[in-house]
Design a protein around this ligand. Sequence first.
Ligand code: FA5
Length: 349
Amino acid sequence: MNEKVKDIKNKFESDLKNVKNTKELNELRVEYLGKKGYIQKLNPLIKDLSNEEKKEFGKSLNDIKNFISKELEELKMKLDKKELEEKLVSEKIDTSLPATKFSKGSIHPLTKVRREIEEIFISMGYDVVEGPEVEFDLYNFEKLNLPKNHPARDMQDTFYVNDEVLLRTHTSPVQVRTLEKSEGDIRIICPGKTYRRDSDDPTHSHQFTQVEGLVVSKDVSLSHLKGTLEEFAKKMFGDSVKVRFRPNYFPFTEPSIEVDISCFKCKGEGCSFCSKTGFIEILGAGMVHPNVLKMSGYDPEVYRGFAFGMGIERVAMIRHEINDIRDFYTNDIRFLNQFNRKGGLEDEA
Ligand code: FA5
C-alpha cells in the first residue's frame, strides 16, 4: 500500500519541477489534493485493510498530503513574487512623459459678480439672507402694497403655479419676510433668481438674478440710500463711474427712484447699446412705503426704511462689457473661457 503513496510522491516531485506559473500550480493542486485527485482516490482502499495497516496507511496519507501542501505553498510564494516583479517591469509608468492636460472649470461670471456685490455690502455691515424662488402671491405682491387686481401688477407678469403661488418676479418679497421676522433695525441684502414673462432680448431675460437691499431704522432717509448706492457704484465700477438717479414709481416705495450707471460702451456719450442715453439702468429703489411697514408689524411713525433691487446681469454686463444678457445662460465655453484668463474674472477656487 505504501508503495502507491511513494509512487504518488515521486510523480508529484517530478510534476512540480515542470510548473512554470501559478495557473499550472493551481492545476497541480487540484490534480493531487482535489476531490477527484490522486490522494482522495486512495481513501476507499482503507476499508479493506486490517486495523494495524489502517493506522499505518492513514499516517502515510496525512504525511503525503502535508508534504504536497507544503511544497505547493513554497512554490506559490516563489511564483507570486516572480510574477509581481514581471508585472512591475511590464507595467512600468514613464513619469518623464508630459501629463495629459485637462481643462479646469471656472466660476460662472454671474456667480463671481454676485459674490463681489455681497462682499461690498458685507463690508458696509449688511447681512446676507435668502428667500424662496417659488413664492406666495401674498409676499410677492399683496404685502408689498399691490393688492389683487392692482394695475401696477402688469409691470411684472410672471409664471403662476396656481392662484396663490408663483415664481417670484423680484427679490422684494424677502423684504416682507425679513420685516415679519424682525424687531428694530434691519440691514440686509438678498441675492437670488427671479422670473418674469419678459421677452428675451440683449438686456432682458425671462429668468434673471437680483440683489435686494433693505435698511430699516428710526432715522434713515433718501440721502442715506443715495450715499449707499453711490458708494456701491464706485466700489463696483471705479471712481470715474457716473451714477444717475431718476424719479420712478414702485407701489412698495415712496418716493421711488431708478438708478442708472454710465454706459460702458460709449462712456456716457450715447450709443446703440444704451439707446443713445449714455446710461444703463441697473436698479430700482426708494423709501419703504408706510403701508409695507405697517402690514409687516412695523410702526411707520417710528421706523423708516430704504430698499433697492438691482439686476446682477446688468451689473455684470457693465463691469465686463458684455453686449448680450443671453450669453450668460447659453453655456458657450468660448464666452465663459474669457473669464478664466488672467485679468478677467479669474477663478480663485
Ligand atoms: C424691481 O424689481 C423692484 N423690486 C426693485 C425695487 C426694490 C424697487 C426695492 C424699490 C425697492 P425693476 O422691475 O425695475 O424693479 O427691476 C430691478 C432691476 O432688475 C432692473 O433695474 C434690472 O437691472 C433688472 N431687471 C428687471 N427685469 C429684467 C429682465 N427681464 N432681465 C434682466 N434684468 C432685469
